[in-house]
Design a protein around this ligand. Sequence first.
Ligand code: PHE
Length: 356
Amino acid sequence: MNELDTLVDTARADFAQANAPADLENAKARFLGKAGRITELMKGMAQLSVDEKKSRGAAINVAKQAIEAALNARRQALADAELDVQLRAEALDVTLPGRHRVGGGLHPVSRTMERIEAIFSSMGFDVADGPEIESDWHSFTSLNNPPNHPARSMQDTFYVDIDGEDGIPYNLRPHTSPMQVRYAHQQIKKHAAVFEAAETDPNVKPPEIRVIAPGRTYRVDSDATHSPMFHQCEGLWLGENVSFKDLKVVFTDFCRTFFETDDLVLRFRPSFFPFTEPSAEIDIQFQSGPLAGRWLEVAGSGQVHPNVVRNMGLDPERYIGFAFGMGPDRLTMLRYGVNDLRLFFDGDLRFLSQFQ
Ligand code: PHE
């Protein structure tokens, strides 16, 4: 291999080793610069004859062009590599699946609550809300259930480490029934003039009290059909002449509307609650469909006890009516065919999303 070929090979190798444009320009200077090897070779031709100059010059030129070609190729390669790095850094991977937002939805029990509220509103019932941390008096005593009465064990609940005004700890309400007395008090305060007039003037019709109170309730209870936190919806209708017949009509109407079928019968089974007399459990029976033939308990009910009416601040000789307390969780299970109540409160989206 002659000296020029060796020079071209050396240049190629040096260029190939230059990994940055600045290195490449330094390498270029060594071969093509003013003091570079090619320039040196040109200068070295001074003593040659004209013929020799011609052939030597041509050979050096071939070598120079080869070096320039190698330089340009390497420049291009470095520029390509730089662009490549930049493109990779800014790359958008259009094959990634999109991140969609999952739409939320109402909990099945909330849907039931909304249905209950809509149905009773259409029947002229007010909808009221009350505290879940309740005084002993509201949860029990006002409801004709005095301290140490054995009936209190029917609603065994949780107690809070804070005493109420009566020196008895607050409780997590075991039922929505305290809302009966609370709501009556609110109404009497709100419409004081009318209630007062009705009290003193027999010709003034006493305003009716007609309300439902849905919400959370608590008991020391946990199995497939009981959860320590559950829901109830209280109903109360008091007036001059509200009877058990009205309870039957209202509740039958409610059940048929709620379950969207008239193929449904109700049974009022004698029972006991301190705050109603007489008292009845309300059972329903579907006449067709998957639950046909079984009696299913959906509510407790009864005629409001005179002592409770008195605790409301009303005259039991004038005010008579009914109350009921139903379980929206149970209604939700029946409506959707769910057999374990706890599923509603586990927060498992695989279960809950089925209701959306
Ligand atoms: N509070 C009762 C319970 O939780 C239900 C009920 C309400 C019964 C109103 C009668 C009247 O079991």
